[in-house]
Design a protein around this ligand. Structure first.
Ligand code: NAP
Length: 532
Protein backbone atom coordinates (compact mmCIF):
# COMPACT_ATOMS: atom_id res chain seq x y z
CA UNK A 1 0.00 0.00 0.00
CA UNK A 2 1.36 3.42 -0.94
CA UNK A 3 2.33 5.55 2.04
CA UNK A 4 0.65 8.71 0.80
CA UNK A 5 -0.63 11.32 3.25
CA UNK A 6 -3.22 12.91 1.07
CA UNK A 7 -6.73 11.55 0.91
CA UNK A 8 -6.81 12.88 -2.66
CA UNK A 9 -5.12 9.76 -3.91
CA UNK A 10 -7.19 7.20 -2.10
CA UNK A 11 -10.81 7.86 -2.97
CA UNK A 12 -11.85 4.94 -5.16
CA UNK A 13 -13.75 5.41 -8.40
CA UNK A 14 -17.40 5.28 -7.43
CA UNK A 15 -18.39 1.92 -8.80
CA UNK A 16 -14.97 0.26 -8.69
CA UNK A 17 -15.73 -2.07 -5.84
CA UNK A 18 -18.95 -3.84 -4.98
CA UNK A 19 -19.66 -3.11 -1.36
CA UNK A 20 -22.00 -3.81 1.45
CA UNK A 21 -23.68 -1.09 3.43
CA UNK A 22 -21.79 0.10 6.52
CA UNK A 23 -23.61 -1.22 9.57
CA UNK A 24 -24.62 0.85 12.57
CA UNK A 25 -23.77 -0.81 15.88
CA UNK A 26 -25.03 0.46 19.23
CA UNK A 27 -22.96 -0.54 22.27
CA UNK A 28 -25.01 -1.84 25.21
CA UNK A 29 -23.09 -0.81 28.29
CA UNK A 30 -25.54 -1.27 31.21
CA UNK A 31 -24.38 -2.80 34.49
CA UNK A 32 -27.25 -5.32 34.76
CA UNK A 33 -28.23 -7.94 32.13
CA UNK A 34 -31.88 -6.92 32.19
CA UNK A 35 -30.97 -3.28 31.51
CA UNK A 36 -28.56 -4.39 28.82
CA UNK A 37 -31.35 -6.31 27.10
CA UNK A 38 -33.52 -3.20 27.32
CA UNK A 39 -30.72 -1.19 25.68
CA UNK A 40 -30.61 -3.67 22.81
CA UNK A 41 -34.37 -3.32 22.33
CA UNK A 42 -33.99 0.49 22.37
CA UNK A 43 -31.16 0.24 19.81
CA UNK A 44 -33.41 -1.81 17.53
CA UNK A 45 -36.15 0.80 17.87
CA UNK A 46 -33.65 3.49 16.85
CA UNK A 47 -32.84 1.60 13.66
CA UNK A 48 -29.45 0.07 14.58
CA UNK A 49 -28.24 -2.98 12.63
CA UNK A 50 -26.62 -4.73 15.56
CA UNK A 51 -25.82 -4.24 19.24
CA UNK A 52 -22.51 -4.76 21.00
CA UNK A 53 -22.96 -6.54 24.33
CA UNK A 54 -20.13 -5.24 26.51
CA UNK A 55 -19.91 -8.12 28.96
CA UNK A 56 -17.06 -6.44 30.84
CA UNK A 57 -19.49 -3.70 31.90
CA UNK A 58 -21.85 -6.13 33.68
CA UNK A 59 -21.55 -6.13 37.48
CA UNK A 60 -21.28 -9.68 38.90
CA UNK A 61 -21.51 -11.21 35.42
CA UNK A 62 -22.08 -14.98 35.52
CA UNK A 63 -21.81 -16.30 31.94
CA UNK A 64 -23.89 -19.49 32.35
CA UNK A 65 -26.65 -17.58 34.14
CA UNK A 66 -26.65 -14.31 32.13
CA UNK A 67 -25.62 -15.17 28.56
CA UNK A 68 -28.55 -17.51 27.74
CA UNK A 69 -30.94 -14.68 28.66
CA UNK A 70 -28.96 -12.02 26.80
CA UNK A 71 -28.70 -14.17 23.66
CA UNK A 72 -32.13 -15.82 23.85
CA UNK A 73 -33.89 -16.07 20.48
CA UNK A 74 -35.73 -14.47 18.86
CA UNK A 75 -33.52 -11.42 19.40
CA UNK A 76 -34.32 -7.91 18.31
CA UNK A 77 -30.82 -7.37 16.86
CA UNK A 78 -27.78 -9.44 15.89
CA UNK A 79 -25.25 -9.48 18.74
CA UNK A 80 -21.59 -8.52 18.78
CA UNK A 81 -20.17 -9.92 22.02
CA UNK A 82 -17.17 -8.17 23.55
CA UNK A 83 -15.55 -8.97 26.87
CA UNK A 84 -12.85 -6.35 26.93
CA UNK A 85 -9.94 -6.72 29.39
CA UNK A 86 -8.55 -3.76 31.29
CA UNK A 87 -5.25 -3.93 29.38
CA UNK A 88 -7.16 -3.10 26.15
CA UNK A 89 -9.34 -0.32 27.56
CA UNK A 90 -12.15 -2.48 28.99
CA UNK A 91 -13.17 -3.35 32.55
CA UNK A 92 -12.49 -7.12 32.83
CA UNK A 93 -9.67 -7.76 35.29
CA UNK A 94 -9.48 -11.58 35.55
CA UNK A 95 -7.56 -14.27 33.68
CA UNK A 96 -7.98 -15.06 30.00
CA UNK A 97 -9.39 -18.56 30.47
CA UNK A 98 -12.78 -17.62 32.04
CA UNK A 99 -13.08 -14.80 29.53
CA UNK A 100 -12.45 -17.16 26.61
CA UNK A 101 -14.99 -19.61 28.04
CA UNK A 102 -17.62 -16.86 28.15
CA UNK A 103 -16.89 -15.86 24.55
CA UNK A 104 -17.03 -19.49 23.44
CA UNK A 105 -20.39 -19.87 25.19
CA UNK A 106 -21.64 -16.73 23.43
CA UNK A 107 -20.68 -18.32 20.10
CA UNK A 108 -22.48 -21.53 20.98
CA UNK A 109 -25.56 -19.52 21.93
CA UNK A 110 -25.61 -18.01 18.47
CA UNK A 111 -23.84 -14.64 18.82
CA UNK A 112 -23.37 -13.34 15.28
CA UNK A 113 -20.05 -11.64 16.09
CA UNK A 114 -17.41 -12.12 18.79
CA UNK A 115 -14.59 -9.65 19.35
CA UNK A 116 -11.17 -10.78 20.52
CA UNK A 117 -8.08 -8.60 21.01
CA UNK A 118 -5.14 -9.12 18.66
CA UNK A 119 -2.74 -9.68 21.57
CA UNK A 120 -4.53 -12.91 22.55
CA UNK A 121 -6.20 -13.80 19.25
CA UNK A 122 -3.92 -16.79 18.50
CA UNK A 123 -4.39 -18.07 22.05
CA UNK A 124 -8.16 -17.72 21.77
CA UNK A 125 -8.30 -19.45 18.39
CA UNK A 126 -6.22 -22.33 19.82
CA UNK A 127 -8.59 -22.42 22.82
CA UNK A 128 -11.53 -22.72 20.45
CA UNK A 129 -9.75 -25.60 18.68
CA UNK A 130 -11.79 -25.25 15.50
CA UNK A 131 -15.16 -25.12 17.25
CA UNK A 132 -16.21 -21.68 16.00
CA UNK A 133 -19.75 -21.93 14.57
CA UNK A 134 -19.92 -21.15 10.85
CA UNK A 135 -22.38 -18.30 11.26
CA UNK A 136 -20.31 -16.48 13.88
CA UNK A 137 -17.83 -13.90 12.61
CA UNK A 138 -14.65 -13.37 14.59
CA UNK A 139 -13.55 -9.74 14.90
CA UNK A 140 -9.88 -9.40 15.83
CA UNK A 141 -9.32 -5.98 17.27
CA UNK A 142 -6.50 -3.60 18.10
CA UNK A 143 -6.96 -0.42 20.14
CA UNK A 144 -4.39 2.32 20.39
CA UNK A 145 -5.36 4.93 22.98
CA UNK A 146 -2.29 7.12 22.42
CA UNK A 147 -2.04 7.96 18.73
CA UNK A 148 -2.53 6.86 15.12
CA UNK A 149 0.56 5.11 13.75
CA UNK A 150 2.10 5.84 10.35
CA UNK A 151 0.50 4.42 7.21
CA UNK A 152 3.23 1.75 7.07
CA UNK A 153 2.64 0.73 10.67
CA UNK A 154 -1.10 0.59 10.11
CA UNK A 155 -0.56 -1.60 7.04
CA UNK A 156 1.65 -3.94 9.05
CA UNK A 157 -0.96 -4.07 11.86
CA UNK A 158 -3.60 -4.93 9.28
CA UNK A 159 -1.45 -7.78 7.93
CA UNK A 160 -0.88 -9.07 11.47
CA UNK A 161 -4.61 -9.13 12.19
CA UNK A 162 -5.39 -10.79 8.86
CA UNK A 163 -2.78 -13.45 9.63
CA UNK A 164 -4.79 -14.57 12.68
CA UNK A 165 -7.60 -15.69 10.35
CA UNK A 166 -9.95 -12.92 11.50
CA UNK A 167 -13.26 -12.69 9.64
CA UNK A 168 -13.30 -8.95 10.32
CA UNK A 169 -10.40 -6.65 11.16
CA UNK A 170 -10.92 -3.93 13.75
CA UNK A 171 -8.37 -1.14 14.17
CA UNK A 172 -9.17 1.72 16.54
CA UNK A 173 -6.60 4.45 17.06
CA UNK A 174 -6.54 7.90 18.63
CA UNK A 175 -6.28 11.19 16.77
CA UNK A 176 -3.87 13.80 18.05
CA UNK A 177 -4.80 15.91 15.00
CA UNK A 178 -7.53 15.57 12.40
CA UNK A 179 -5.09 14.69 9.61
CA UNK A 180 -4.45 11.37 11.43
CA UNK A 181 -7.84 10.20 10.23
CA UNK A 182 -6.70 10.36 6.60
CA UNK A 183 -4.39 7.39 7.26
CA UNK A 184 -7.33 5.38 8.57
CA UNK A 185 -9.32 6.29 5.46
CA UNK A 186 -6.44 4.98 3.33
CA UNK A 187 -6.52 1.66 5.18
CA UNK A 188 -10.29 1.43 4.72
CA UNK A 189 -10.01 2.07 1.00
CA UNK A 190 -7.19 -0.45 0.65
CA UNK A 191 -9.28 -3.08 2.48
CA UNK A 192 -12.28 -2.31 0.35
CA UNK A 193 -10.26 -2.92 -2.81
CA UNK A 194 -8.97 -6.22 -1.38
CA UNK A 195 -12.44 -7.09 -0.06
CA UNK A 196 -11.20 -7.35 3.53
CA UNK A 197 -13.98 -6.41 5.94
CA UNK A 198 -12.60 -3.79 8.33
CA UNK A 199 -13.83 -1.59 11.14
CA UNK A 200 -11.44 1.38 11.15
CA UNK A 201 -12.17 4.18 13.59
CA UNK A 202 -10.19 7.00 15.13
CA UNK A 203 -11.10 7.95 18.67
CA UNK A 204 -11.48 11.35 20.34
CA UNK A 205 -12.90 14.63 19.08
CA UNK A 206 -10.22 15.12 16.41
CA UNK A 207 -11.13 11.70 15.04
CA UNK A 208 -14.87 12.33 14.97
CA UNK A 209 -15.10 12.40 11.16
CA UNK A 210 -13.93 8.78 11.01
CA UNK A 211 -17.20 7.75 12.67
CA UNK A 212 -19.41 9.63 10.22
CA UNK A 213 -17.46 9.22 6.99
CA UNK A 214 -16.53 5.52 7.26
CA UNK A 215 -19.49 4.56 5.00
CA UNK A 216 -17.84 6.64 2.26
CA UNK A 217 -14.60 4.71 2.55
CA UNK A 218 -16.15 1.26 2.99
CA UNK A 219 -15.90 0.65 6.76
CA UNK A 220 -17.73 -2.49 7.89
CA UNK A 221 -19.47 -0.74 10.75
CA UNK A 222 -19.58 2.38 12.86
CA UNK A 223 -20.63 2.72 16.47
CA UNK A 224 -23.33 5.09 17.69
CA UNK A 225 -24.29 5.40 21.35
CA UNK A 226 -27.83 4.87 22.54
CA UNK A 227 -27.81 8.35 24.04
CA UNK A 228 -25.35 10.97 25.26
CA UNK A 229 -23.44 9.59 28.26
CA UNK A 230 -23.64 5.98 27.04
CA UNK A 231 -20.65 6.13 24.70
CA UNK A 232 -18.27 3.15 24.71
CA UNK A 233 -15.38 5.23 23.31
CA UNK A 234 -14.34 8.89 23.39
CA UNK A 235 -16.36 11.20 21.08
CA UNK A 236 -18.68 8.49 19.82
CA UNK A 237 -21.75 10.19 18.29
CA UNK A 238 -25.24 9.06 19.19
CA UNK A 239 -26.89 6.58 16.83
CA UNK A 240 -29.75 9.06 16.47
CA UNK A 241 -27.35 11.79 15.25
CA UNK A 242 -25.66 9.38 12.84
CA UNK A 243 -29.03 8.50 11.34
CA UNK A 244 -30.93 11.79 11.59
CA UNK A 245 -28.28 14.51 11.44
CA UNK A 246 -25.53 12.90 9.35
CA UNK A 247 -27.83 10.71 7.31
CA UNK A 248 -25.26 7.88 7.28
CA UNK A 249 -27.61 5.49 5.54
CA UNK A 250 -27.23 7.62 2.41
CA UNK A 251 -23.44 8.08 2.58
CA UNK A 252 -21.52 6.22 -0.10
CA UNK A 253 -18.37 6.54 -2.22
CA UNK A 254 -19.88 9.39 -4.27
CA UNK A 255 -21.02 11.46 -1.32
CA UNK A 256 -19.48 14.93 -1.30
CA UNK A 257 -18.07 16.08 2.03
CA UNK A 258 -18.62 19.58 3.40
CA UNK A 259 -18.08 20.81 6.92
CA UNK A 260 -17.27 23.49 9.40
CA UNK A 261 -13.60 24.05 10.23
CA UNK A 262 -13.11 25.52 13.69
CA UNK A 263 -11.58 25.06 17.10
CA UNK A 264 -13.66 24.48 19.15
CA UNK A 265 -16.37 23.27 16.80
CA UNK A 266 -18.30 20.57 18.66
CA UNK A 267 -20.99 23.03 19.76
CA UNK A 268 -21.73 24.19 16.19
CA UNK A 269 -25.30 23.88 14.97
CA UNK A 270 -24.19 24.18 11.34
CA UNK A 271 -24.18 20.38 10.75
CA UNK A 272 -27.86 20.19 11.75
CA UNK A 273 -28.70 23.07 9.45
CA UNK A 274 -26.67 22.16 6.36
CA UNK A 275 -27.36 18.42 6.42
CA UNK A 276 -31.09 19.01 6.53
CA UNK A 277 -30.81 21.61 3.79
CA UNK A 278 -28.77 19.20 1.61
CA UNK A 279 -31.36 16.50 2.21
CA UNK A 280 -34.21 18.81 1.24
CA UNK A 281 -32.75 19.32 -2.24
CA UNK A 282 -31.72 15.68 -2.65
CA UNK A 283 -28.00 16.42 -2.70
CA UNK A 284 -25.67 13.47 -2.14
CA UNK A 285 -23.57 15.32 0.45
CA UNK A 286 -22.77 15.31 4.13
CA UNK A 287 -21.68 18.16 6.40
CA UNK A 288 -19.44 17.39 9.38
CA UNK A 289 -17.56 19.29 12.10
CA UNK A 290 -13.81 19.44 11.41
CA UNK A 291 -11.85 20.12 14.62
CA UNK A 292 -8.73 21.64 13.06
CA UNK A 293 -5.49 22.87 14.64
CA UNK A 294 -3.52 23.66 11.48
CA UNK A 295 -5.68 24.87 8.59
CA UNK A 296 -3.02 24.64 5.85
CA UNK A 297 -2.16 21.06 6.82
CA UNK A 298 -5.83 20.11 6.94
CA UNK A 299 -6.53 21.54 3.48
CA UNK A 300 -3.50 19.91 1.88
CA UNK A 301 -4.29 16.53 3.46
CA UNK A 302 -7.99 16.43 2.58
CA UNK A 303 -7.32 17.61 -0.94
CA UNK A 304 -9.62 15.25 -2.82
CA UNK A 305 -12.38 16.86 -4.93
CA UNK A 306 -14.77 14.93 -2.66
CA UNK A 307 -13.92 17.33 0.18
CA UNK A 308 -15.81 19.97 -1.70
CA UNK A 309 -16.41 22.95 0.58
CA UNK A 310 -15.96 24.31 4.05
CA UNK A 311 -17.40 26.82 6.45
CA UNK A 312 -14.70 28.50 8.50
CA UNK A 313 -15.10 29.78 12.02
CA UNK A 314 -12.97 30.94 14.96
CA UNK A 315 -9.94 30.89 14.93
CA UNK A 316 -9.36 30.08 11.23
CA UNK A 317 -11.16 32.85 9.32
CA UNK A 318 -8.02 34.92 8.84
CA UNK A 319 -5.70 31.99 8.04
CA UNK A 320 -8.29 30.93 5.45
CA UNK A 321 -7.52 34.08 3.42
CA UNK A 322 -3.90 32.92 3.10
CA UNK A 323 -4.81 29.28 2.39
CA UNK A 324 -7.12 29.98 -0.57
CA UNK A 325 -5.84 30.19 -4.14
CA UNK A 326 -8.38 32.90 -4.93
CA UNK A 327 -10.23 35.19 -2.53
CA UNK A 328 -13.30 37.28 -3.26
CA UNK A 329 -12.18 40.96 -3.18
CA UNK A 330 -14.46 41.96 -0.30
CA UNK A 331 -13.42 38.94 1.78
CA UNK A 332 -9.82 39.97 1.12
CA UNK A 333 -10.53 43.55 2.24
CA UNK A 334 -12.28 42.28 5.35
CA UNK A 335 -9.34 39.94 5.94
CA UNK A 336 -11.62 37.02 6.78
CA UNK A 337 -12.97 34.06 4.81
CA UNK A 338 -15.87 32.08 6.27
CA UNK A 339 -16.60 29.95 3.19
CA UNK A 340 -14.19 27.90 1.06
CA UNK A 341 -15.15 26.16 -2.15
CA UNK A 342 -13.02 23.66 -4.03
CA UNK A 343 -13.37 24.31 -7.76
CA UNK A 344 -13.32 21.40 -10.24
CA UNK A 345 -9.67 22.26 -11.04
CA UNK A 346 -8.84 21.79 -7.34
CA UNK A 347 -8.32 25.49 -6.61
CA UNK A 348 -9.69 26.79 -3.31
CA UNK A 349 -11.78 29.95 -3.48
CA UNK A 350 -12.63 31.96 -0.37
CA UNK A 351 -15.72 34.09 0.31
CA UNK A 352 -17.21 35.95 3.23
CA UNK A 353 -20.94 35.44 3.68
CA UNK A 354 -20.95 36.99 7.19
CA UNK A 355 -20.96 40.49 5.83
CA UNK A 356 -23.74 39.90 3.28
CA UNK A 357 -25.75 38.08 5.95
CA UNK A 358 -25.43 40.86 8.52
CA UNK A 359 -25.85 43.80 6.19
CA UNK A 360 -28.84 42.39 4.32
CA UNK A 361 -30.48 41.54 7.68
CA UNK A 362 -30.06 45.14 8.85
CA UNK A 363 -31.24 46.58 5.52
CA UNK A 364 -34.35 44.39 5.52
CA UNK A 365 -34.98 45.22 9.18
CA UNK A 366 -35.02 48.92 8.31
CA UNK A 367 -37.02 48.46 5.09
CA UNK A 368 -39.70 46.60 7.05
CA UNK A 369 -40.37 49.80 9.01
CA UNK A 370 -40.42 52.06 5.93
CA UNK A 371 -43.08 52.70 3.32
CA UNK A 372 -40.70 53.21 0.35
CA UNK A 373 -39.58 50.53 -2.09
CA UNK A 374 -36.39 52.36 -2.99
CA UNK A 375 -33.54 50.27 -4.35
CA UNK A 376 -31.02 52.53 -2.63
CA UNK A 377 -29.64 50.93 0.52
CA UNK A 378 -31.26 52.32 3.69
CA UNK A 379 -27.73 52.41 5.11
CA UNK A 380 -26.53 54.99 2.56
CA UNK A 381 -25.49 58.21 4.27
CA UNK A 382 -26.35 56.93 7.78
CA UNK A 383 -23.94 57.05 10.74
CA UNK A 384 -23.15 53.41 11.48
CA UNK A 385 -21.40 52.61 14.77
CA UNK A 386 -19.68 49.22 15.03
CA UNK A 387 -18.71 47.95 18.49
CA UNK A 388 -15.82 45.49 18.09
CA UNK A 389 -12.91 45.21 15.69
CA UNK A 390 -12.59 41.43 15.31
CA UNK A 391 -13.73 39.27 12.40
CA UNK A 392 -17.43 40.15 12.68
CA UNK A 393 -16.60 43.83 13.35
CA UNK A 394 -14.53 44.03 10.17
CA UNK A 395 -17.26 42.31 8.13
CA UNK A 396 -19.93 44.74 9.39
CA UNK A 397 -17.68 47.79 8.96
CA UNK A 398 -16.74 46.90 5.37
CA UNK A 399 -20.29 45.93 4.50
CA UNK A 400 -21.77 49.17 5.87
CA UNK A 401 -19.13 51.21 4.08
CA UNK A 402 -19.88 49.39 0.83
CA UNK A 403 -23.49 50.51 1.22
CA UNK A 404 -22.50 54.15 1.62
CA UNK A 405 -22.76 54.45 5.41
CA UNK A 406 -20.40 56.66 7.44
CA UNK A 407 -18.76 54.11 9.73
CA UNK A 408 -17.42 54.67 13.26
CA UNK A 409 -15.54 51.95 15.17
CA UNK A 410 -15.59 51.57 18.96
CA UNK A 411 -13.54 48.84 20.59
CA UNK A 412 -12.22 47.79 23.98
CA UNK A 413 -8.67 47.77 22.63
CA UNK A 414 -8.55 51.24 21.20
CA UNK A 415 -5.52 50.52 18.98
CA UNK A 416 -7.57 47.91 17.11
CA UNK A 417 -10.43 50.38 16.69
CA UNK A 418 -7.95 52.84 15.20
CA UNK A 419 -6.46 50.22 12.92
CA UNK A 420 -9.85 49.24 11.50
CA UNK A 421 -10.95 52.89 11.40
CA UNK A 422 -7.88 53.74 9.32
CA UNK A 423 -8.54 50.86 6.94
CA UNK A 424 -12.10 51.88 6.20
CA UNK A 425 -11.60 55.62 6.58
CA UNK A 426 -13.73 56.18 9.70
CA UNK A 427 -13.12 57.57 13.20
CA UNK A 428 -12.36 55.36 16.22
CA UNK A 429 -13.79 55.63 19.73
CA UNK A 430 -13.11 54.05 23.10
CA UNK A 431 -16.04 52.27 24.74
CA UNK A 432 -16.17 55.06 27.33
CA UNK A 433 -16.41 57.71 24.61
CA UNK A 434 -19.18 55.72 23.00
CA UNK A 435 -21.38 56.15 26.10
CA UNK A 436 -21.70 59.89 25.38
CA UNK A 437 -21.49 59.76 21.58
CA UNK A 438 -24.51 61.47 20.07
CA UNK A 439 -23.50 63.62 17.11
CA UNK A 440 -26.84 63.21 15.30
CA UNK A 441 -30.23 61.48 15.29
CA UNK A 442 -31.04 58.25 13.50
CA UNK A 443 -27.76 56.44 14.10
CA UNK A 444 -27.35 52.68 13.58
CA UNK A 445 -25.53 50.52 16.15
CA UNK A 446 -24.03 47.06 15.51
CA UNK A 447 -22.58 45.04 18.39
CA UNK A 448 -19.99 42.56 17.12
CA UNK A 449 -18.47 41.58 20.46
CA UNK A 450 -19.54 38.54 22.46
CA UNK A 451 -20.87 40.74 25.27
CA UNK A 452 -24.31 39.51 26.32
CA UNK A 453 -23.80 36.04 24.88
CA UNK A 454 -24.98 33.03 26.87
CA UNK A 455 -24.23 32.48 29.77
CA UNK A 456 -23.47 36.19 30.40
CA UNK A 457 -26.96 37.23 29.40
CA UNK A 458 -27.12 40.14 31.85
CA UNK A 459 -24.20 41.93 30.20
CA UNK A 460 -24.66 44.58 27.55
CA UNK A 461 -22.12 46.62 25.57
CA UNK A 462 -23.91 49.98 25.94
CA UNK A 463 -26.10 51.54 28.66
CA UNK A 464 -29.82 51.92 28.05
CA UNK A 465 -29.39 55.68 28.39
CA UNK A 466 -26.86 55.73 25.53
CA UNK A 467 -29.09 53.48 23.40
CA UNK A 468 -31.67 56.28 23.19
CA UNK A 469 -29.47 57.88 20.50
CA UNK A 470 -29.98 55.00 18.06
CA UNK A 471 -32.76 54.37 15.57
CA UNK A 472 -31.59 50.85 14.62
CA UNK A 473 -29.70 48.32 16.77
CA UNK A 474 -28.21 45.05 15.55
CA UNK A 475 -26.56 42.42 17.76
CA UNK A 476 -24.31 39.73 16.23
CA UNK A 477 -24.83 37.66 19.37
CA UNK A 478 -27.65 35.16 18.80
CA UNK A 479 -27.65 33.08 21.96
CA UNK A 480 -30.01 34.22 23.42
CA UNK A 481 -32.11 35.29 20.48
CA UNK A 482 -33.16 38.44 22.29
CA UNK A 483 -30.09 39.82 24.07
CA UNK A 484 -30.29 42.44 26.81
CA UNK A 485 -28.98 44.96 24.24
CA UNK A 486 -31.85 44.24 21.85
CA UNK A 487 -34.46 44.17 24.59
CA UNK A 488 -33.37 47.58 25.95
CA UNK A 489 -33.01 49.03 22.45
CA UNK A 490 -36.59 47.97 21.65
CA UNK A 491 -37.75 49.53 24.92
CA UNK A 492 -36.08 52.77 23.75
CA UNK A 493 -38.05 52.60 20.51
CA UNK A 494 -35.28 51.42 18.16
CA UNK A 495 -35.75 48.99 15.29
CA UNK A 496 -33.92 45.83 16.39
CA UNK A 497 -32.28 43.16 14.24
CA UNK A 498 -31.26 39.80 15.74
CA UNK A 499 -27.94 38.03 15.17
CA UNK A 500 -29.99 34.95 14.40
CA UNK A 501 -31.02 36.62 11.15
CA UNK A 502 -27.32 37.08 10.30
CA UNK A 503 -26.64 33.45 11.21
CA UNK A 504 -29.44 32.20 8.94
CA UNK A 505 -28.38 34.43 6.04
CA UNK A 506 -24.65 33.66 6.23
CA UNK A 507 -25.58 29.95 6.20
CA UNK A 508 -27.88 30.46 3.19
CA UNK A 509 -25.00 32.23 1.41
CA UNK A 510 -22.76 29.26 2.16
CA UNK A 511 -25.36 26.80 0.90
CA UNK A 512 -25.52 28.69 -2.39
CA UNK A 513 -21.73 28.65 -2.76
CA UNK A 514 -21.62 24.94 -1.86
CA UNK A 515 -24.39 23.78 -4.18
CA UNK A 516 -24.89 26.42 -6.85
CA UNK A 517 -28.61 26.21 -5.97
CA UNK A 518 -30.86 28.76 -4.27
CA UNK A 519 -30.97 28.13 -0.52
CA UNK A 520 -34.21 26.64 0.85
CA UNK A 521 -35.01 29.85 2.72
CA UNK A 522 -38.04 28.91 4.80
CA UNK A 523 -36.69 25.44 5.60
CA UNK A 524 -33.35 26.82 6.86
CA UNK A 525 -35.16 29.46 8.87
CA UNK A 526 -37.44 26.84 10.35
CA UNK A 527 -34.51 24.54 11.27
CA UNK A 528 -32.66 27.36 13.01
CA UNK A 529 -35.72 28.39 14.97
CA UNK A 530 -36.70 24.81 15.83
CA UNK A 531 -33.38 23.11 16.48
CA UNK A 532 -30.77 25.64 17.51
P1 NAP B 1 -13.25 38.07 17.45
O1 NAP B 1 -12.59 38.20 16.13
O2 NAP B 1 -12.56 37.31 18.53
O3 NAP B 1 -13.51 39.60 17.98
C1 NAP B 1 -14.03 39.84 19.25
C2 NAP B 1 -14.28 41.33 19.43
O4 NAP B 1 -15.03 41.48 20.65
C3 NAP B 1 -13.01 42.15 19.59
O5 NAP B 1 -13.21 43.43 19.08
C4 NAP B 1 -12.86 42.21 21.14
O6 NAP B 1 -12.20 43.36 21.59
C5 NAP B 1 -14.30 42.32 21.55
N1 NAP B 1 -14.53 41.80 22.90
C6 NAP B 1 -14.45 40.51 23.30
N2 NAP B 1 -14.76 40.43 24.61
C7 NAP B 1 -15.03 41.68 25.04
C8 NAP B 1 -15.41 42.24 26.28
N3 NAP B 1 -15.57 41.47 27.35
N4 NAP B 1 -15.61 43.56 26.36
C9 NAP B 1 -15.45 44.36 25.29
N5 NAP B 1 -15.09 43.90 24.07
C10 NAP B 1 -14.88 42.56 23.94
O7 NAP B 1 -14.70 37.42 17.33
P2 NAP B 1 -15.72 37.53 16.09
O8 NAP B 1 -15.52 36.40 15.14
O9 NAP B 1 -15.68 38.92 15.56
O10 NAP B 1 -17.11 37.25 16.83
C11 NAP B 1 -17.65 38.21 17.72
C12 NAP B 1 -19.07 37.87 18.08
O11 NAP B 1 -19.89 37.85 16.91
C13 NAP B 1 -19.24 36.50 18.72
O12 NAP B 1 -20.17 36.59 19.77
C14 NAP B 1 -19.79 35.66 17.62
O13 NAP B 1 -20.61 34.60 18.12
C15 NAP B 1 -20.63 36.66 16.87
N6 NAP B 1 -20.83 36.25 15.47
C16 NAP B 1 -22.10 36.04 15.07
C17 NAP B 1 -22.34 35.64 13.78
C18 NAP B 1 -23.77 35.42 13.36
O14 NAP B 1 -23.99 34.75 12.34
N7 NAP B 1 -24.72 36.00 14.05
C19 NAP B 1 -21.29 35.44 12.87
C20 NAP B 1 -19.98 35.70 13.30
C21 NAP B 1 -19.77 36.10 14.62
P3 NAP B 1 -10.59 43.41 21.72
O15 NAP B 1 -10.08 43.85 20.38
O16 NAP B 1 -10.37 44.42 22.79
O17 NAP B 1 -10.15 42.03 22.11
Amino acid sequence: MAAVMSVSAVVPPAAAVARARTLLCVPATARAPREMAAEVAAAAALGADLAELRLDRLAGFAPRRDLPALLAKPRTLPALVTYRPKWEGGEYEGDDEPRFEALQLAMELGAEYVDIELKVADKFIKFMSGKKPENCKLIVSSHNYDNTPSAEELASLLAQIQATGADIVKIATTATEIVDVSRMFQILVHCQEKQVPIIGLVMNDRGFISRVLCPKFGGYLTFGSLEKGKESAPSQPTAADLINVYNIRQIGPDTKVFGIIGNPVGHSKSPILHNEAFRSVGLNAVYVPFLVDDLAKFLSTYSSPDFAGFSCTIPHKEAAVRCCDEVDPIARDIGAVNTIIRKPDGKLVGYNTDYVGAISAIEDGIRATQQTHSTVSPLAGRLFVVIGAGGAGKALAYGAKEKGARVVIANRTFARAQELGNLIGGPALTLTELENYHPEEGMILANTTAIGMHPNVNETPLSKQALKSYAVVFDAVYTPKETRLLREAAECGATVVSGLEMFIRQAMGQFEHFTGMPAPDSLMRDIVLRKT
